[in-house]
Design a binder for this molecule. Structure first.
Ligand SMILES: [Zn+2]
Ligand SMILES: [Zn+2]
Length: 262
């Protein structure tokens, strides 16, 4: 029986994020931006409990990525992996984070249990923001959300992934014609903001070209996007490039995804 690698989006969206990546021996959580209860419920659906967590990797210290962390830390002894910039914010905002913190550096590989990880810097309006690539030595998956645009470092960090959770935050027309105030529209569209459906779709095409079999759209805005719209735009881009065989999924704010095999 091969030791398979899985990714499960317990929740993904601008209202909260918690992504589980696991194999037989190692269980990783990327971000804890929903209630600890919902994270525990998601773990239970995958047959795990908080005490099974081997590590919690934080992408950045915005509340939609860390709001459940304080309570979750009481239910697990797992170390907390974060860059210096994110760590400084966690020390200020999350009681109990201090003794758990393990500093990571973008571009430097590290290991949690049997899994190898690397973080890559993401252009976003949070100090030390990163995405993660995780491998069991055979298969590779990545989580790339909360970025204003796709830098060369991001591309290098994610290309070659068999499965990726890619940001498709907003529909540009819906955002620009919607009710958000001008400063917020500028922030979201800016170089330190979020990827639109088209931006995420372009990265999905690159990933498909480099061998990805499953692409999961994530971090959708509730106000400026819908799962149907994101799937329509990115699906059209993939088909136009001939990548019909790639499985396209959309992660939900509310509902825990199935376990996707990497
Ligand atoms: Zn976010
Ligand atoms: Zn953010």
């Amino acid at each position: 029986m091969p030791d398979l690698l899985y990714l499960c989006a317990i929740a993904s969206g601008s209202s909260g994020n918690a992504i589980l990546i696991y194999n037989e021996t190692t269980t990783l959580l990327i971000d804890a931006g929903i209630s600890a209860k919902r994270i525990c419920d998601g773990l239970a659906l995958m047959g795990r409990s908080p005490s099974d967590l081997d590590g919690i990797c934080v992408t950045h210290a915005h509340s939609d990525h860390i709001s459940g962390l304080r309570v979750l830390l009481k239910k697990t002894d797992a170390p907390l992996y974060a860059t210096d910039g994110t760590g400084q914010a966690l020390l200020r905002e999350t009681p109990g984070a201090g003794e758990r913190l393990r500093e990571i550096r973008p571009g430097a590989d590290f290991a949690v249990g049997d899994l190898g990880l690397s973080a890559f810097s993401t252009p976003h309006d949070a100090e030390g923001s990163v995405g993660y690539c995780v491998t069991d030595g055979q298969r590779r998956c990545s989580v790339v959300t909360d970025l204003g645009f796709v830098t060369e470092e991001v591309r290098r960090g994610v290309l070659g992934s068999h499965l990726a959770l890619v940001e498709a935050n907003h529909d540009v027309d819906w955002l620009m014609s919607g009710p958000y105030p001008p400063y917020l529209k500028r922030r979201i569209r800016g170089d330190l903001g979020h990827l639109s459906n088209e931006d995420g779709g372009a990265l999905c095409c690159d990933l498909a070209e480099h061998g990805a079999h499953t692409l999961i759209l994530g971090h959708l805005s509730r106000q400026n996007n819908t799962p149907e719209r994101a799937r329509q735009v990115v699906g059209h881009m993939l088909r136009a490039r001939g990548y019909d065989g790639v499985a396209l999924e959309v992660a939900s704010h509310q509902v825990c995804s199935p376990a996707f095999e990497v």
